[in-house]
Design a protein around this ligand. Structure first.
Ligand code: NAI
Length: 362
């Protein structure tokens, strides 16, 4: 069996617990992984002067594949989000989040099988912001007024929403290519083109244009984001591959995760042309960190996506089957799932759940 080197960033909060669980399960799957440990987050600042050390970025560039636990972004400290910085620095332009029902995980539906493809580099996430009352904000407000584009209140903060032809075509192409390679039937583009004509309107126009190139092979349709949310809650089985600009994709992936059992089971990946960083959808969950209560399923399923990416499909499938088996038995489930399922029985710890998955792999 081929050995692979993978960079592992455990992160903070529940990250070290879920990452350790993930390593145990990957090891039990038979995949041969050499872990290259790397750091990110607030704990790095004293040592490196930054939450995202250069040597972490260099390690990912060298080994091309990484898996990362969540990293806390303190609110209002000027601390740059490690996640956004990683995506930008490594041009990880795709955020891929499969959302699949796991029977026994407390989801509202048992037949969800969709893939969220979220643009990862621009939109309101581009980080182009002007603080309320700042010289730049006031200059921008008067420029917009001089251009006859409208009057903005002087006490406004402003965030800019760039959506480019290039990034839109790249992400929609990825969504169609993914659909072809994974035997999917339809791509849906989600937008608010009726209101934001020059950003979301561009997104929809370019999505339609890319779709023409796949005419007859993969179906295409589109939804306005508000109607999409209602459709998702009422009947998620109508969706297959769904492609979003950055912000809507972020919100919709939590919505989708909620329909199948919550953040504890939602895996993801950030993919670029050179590198891929796999990570769960959830954050560092400070409320349960260090208590051995976290559900490691999302990070374990992110590792299964990573193994697919490395060509270790058999190990990936063994892991997914082991997870399904543990949920189907329902004896060793963490608190987040127990609550969703309405069980009164005491929840399993992160380590008990992990041991149950490892037993299924034996
Ligand atoms: P969160 O996802 O950390 O937690 C939301 C709720 O879900 C909490 O009640 C938490 O206990 C629960 N939860 C999340 N993951 C769970 C798991 N694996 N098992 C059981 N319960 C789980 O979101 P929140 O509280 O908004 O963010 C906390 C921090 O994480 C923030 O600093 C945020 O910026 C950061 N964050 C980091 C991400 C990353 O590194 N990729 C992604 C999202 C947020």
């Amino acid at each position: 069996m081929t050995r692979h080197s993978v960079v592992l960033i455990p992160g903070d909060g529940i990250g070290p617990e879920t990452s350790h669980a993930m390593q145990e399960v990957v090891s039990a799957s038979g995949a041969q992984i050499d872990w290259v440990m790397a750091k990110a987050g607030a704990a790095c600042i004293d040592e490196y002067g930054t939450p995202l050390p250069e040597e972490t970025i260099e390690a990912i560039k060298e080994y091309h594949v990484a898996i990362k636990g969540p990293v806390t972004t303190p609110v209002g400290t000027g601390f740059r989000s490690v996640n956004v910085a990683l995506r930008k620095t490594l041009d990880l332009y795709v955020n891929l989040r499969p959302v699949i029902s796991i029977p026994g995980a407390g989801g509202r539906y048992d037949d969800v099988d969709l893939v969220v493809v979220r643009e990862n580099t621009e939109d309101l996430y581009a980080g182009i912001e002007f603080e309320e009352g700042s010289e730049e904000a006031l200059e921008l407000i008067s420029f917009i007024s001089r251009m006859g584009k409208g009057d903005i209140r002087k006490d406004s903060g402003i965030s800019i929403k760039p959506i480019s032809v290039t990034a839109t075509r790249d992400i929609v192409d990825f969504a169609f290519d993914y659909a072809v390679k994974h035997g999917r039937a339809k791509v849906t583009a989600v937008h608010k083109a009726n209101i934001m004509k020059h950003s979301d309107g561009l997104f929809l126009r370019e999505a339609r244009s890319v779709a023409e190139g796949y005419d007859g092979r993969i179906a295409f349709d589109d939804r306005i984001i508000d109607a999409f949310c209602m459709n998702m809650v009422m009947d998620p089985s109508q969706f297959d591959v769904i492609v979003f600009p950055n912000l809507y994709g972020d919100i919709a992936s939590d919505l989708a995760a909620g329909l199948v059992g919550g953040l504890g089971i939602a895996p993801g990946a950030n993919i670029g042309r050179e590198c891929a960083v796999f990570e769960a959808v959830h954050g560092s969950a400070p409320d349960i960190a260090g208590k051995n209560l976290a559900n490691p399923t999302a990070e374990i399923l992110s590792a299964a996506m990573m193994l697919d990416h490395l060509g270790e499909d058999a190990a990936a499938e063994r892991i997914r089957a082991a997870i399904r088996a543990v949920y189907a038995k329902g004896e060793t489930l963490t608190g987040d799932i127990r609550r969703a399922e309405g069980h009164a029985a005491p929840p399993a710890s992160c380590t008990d759940f992990t041991a149950a998955v490892v037993r299924e792999l034996a």
